[in-house]
Design a protein around this ligand. Structure first.
Ligand SMILES: *Cc1c(COP(=O)(O)O)cnc(C)c1O
Ligand code: SF4
Length: 393
């Protein structure tokens, strides 16, 4: 975990006069976000004119907090800068030609605008097209092309109505954009209605605010909501160990104190975290601040994101590296989301070296092999089929 220095933002001349009071206010962070490359150029002191044409297609943005995590602002290889500064590859027709703006048919498998119903028991509930940071690798990059707007109450009501009328739905995934950029009042409206539906057992909020604006979770109004609605889980999106700070740790503490578990999804990104040691570090850091790694995703074939993709096998290699080195609690499920909305598929290293009728040979994390005899079911089943009284006959 990274411990930030006292008044760490003051090393940036632009924020030298910003008080702790303002800096730690999530609304200040969003109000003062950096919305254009021209603005970013001034802070970094770097010429970004060659990538400005990308911004006209896919918008840019970051919170001051997230930008302040960049240790060396002249290093264009910094993993945080790479997530916020566009690359010309985003609009290179050759690189992006095989990508799709909606690879998972979210807009097609949509019974009501804003909802995606793919699995029988879970529904995706999109509440806004706004994010306080526009991550270059976003799998829902089509929202960058729409205007920034939270849905209207009437739209939420229609979405909620659909869920109320479909008792197979046990879980609602609130996503966006970033749902936690909504004001508490709007959030309360959604949570109140969803949690009143009896067959909804779990409400999952997918948010990156914990990464890019952790002060969101210093807001008493939000914590009160997390406390009140007890079906809630939070799933967040850390991609690099540099993102896991002591401010995040405090934020997670606040969330956990409301009885809300916190899980993480990481996306495997070329040039940012496609390295077993970086992911190892990230997983350790997440556990330290009490976030449970849930998924490691293969980067989706979204138009504008194709240049971030790695070999599919890379994720399997990373899992092999983690097993035996990191607490089992820190090992995520590596998954590929199948195009066409066919669902997520987990990929695992193969630990079975050989299998016959009589035995299985296992390979452990060090590559050592061990043979385990299979049970003899001919005899065992005989016993299992008898009642307790004549077990020893
Ligand atoms: C990812 C996803 C889910 C949730 O899948 P989990 O494996 O439960 O995390 C649900 N609906 C849609 C449309 C999804 O893309
Ligand atoms: S916060 Fe999430 S939805 Fe918003 S741009 Fe980043 S990845 Fe996409």
């Amino acid at each position: 975990m990274r411990v930030l220095k006292k008044d760490y933002w003051k090393r940036f001349p632009q924020w030298a006069d910003v008080s702790k009071w303002d800096w730690e206010d999530w609304r200040w962070q969003i109000r003062n976000r950096i919305k254009s490359l021209s603005q970013l150029e001034k802070i970094l002191g770097t010429d970004l004119s060659t990538v400005k044409k990308v911004e006209k297609v896919f918008r840019t943005g970051t919170t001051p907090y997230y930008l302040s995590l960049v240790s060396d602002i002249s290093d264009m290889n910094n993993p945080i800068l790479k997530q916020i500064i566009p690359s010309c590859q985003e609009i290179d027709p050759q690189i992006q030609s095989k990508g799709s703006l909606d690879p998972f048919k979210e807009e097609v498998m949509s019974p009501v605008k804003g909802l995606t119903h793919r699995y029988p028991d879970r529904v995706l509930f999109r509440v806004t097209t706004f994010c306080s940071v526009y991550c270059r690798h976003c799998m829902r990059k089509r929202i960058f092309l729409e205007e920034e707007r939270a849905n209207r109450y009437e739209e939420y009501i229609r979405m909620i109505e659909y869920i109320r009328n479909n008792p197979t739905i046990k879980e609602v995934l609130i996503s966006g954009g970033d749902p936690l950029t909504l004001p508490n009042k709007k959030l309360e409206f959604i949570l109140e209605h969803l949690s009143r539906i009896e067959h909804v057992e779990i409400i999952r909020i997918g948010t990156r605010e914990l990464v890019v604006n952790p002060y969101r979770f210093f807001d008493d109004g939000l914590l009160e909501l997390l406390d009140r609605y007890d079906k809630l889980w939070i799933v967040t999106h850390f991609n690099h160990p540099d993102e896991v700070t002591d401010v995040v740790k405090k934020a997670v503490r606040n969330i956990l104190s409301t009885g809300t578990p916190v899980l993480n999804q990481t996306v495997l990104l070329k040039g940012i975290n496609d390295d077993p040691y970086i992911i190892e570090d990230l997983m350790r850091n997440l556990l330290q601040v009490k976030i449970k790694p849930y998924y490691l995703f293969y980067c989706d074939p979204t138009k504008g994101v194709m240049h971030f993709r790695t070999e599919i096998k890379k994720g399997v290699e990373i899992l092999e590296h983690l097993r035996g080195r990191v607490s089992g609690m820190g090992i995520p499920v590596y998954a590929v989301d199948l195009p066409g909305g066919l669902g997520k598929v987990p990929l695992n290293p193969d630990y079975i070296a050989e299998e016959t009728e009589e035995y299985i040979v296992f390979r452990n994390y060090q590559g050592k092999t061990v043979k385990i005899e299979k049970p003899n079911f001919d005899i065992i089943n005989n016993y299992h089929n008898k009642g307790l009284e004549d077990l020893c006959l």
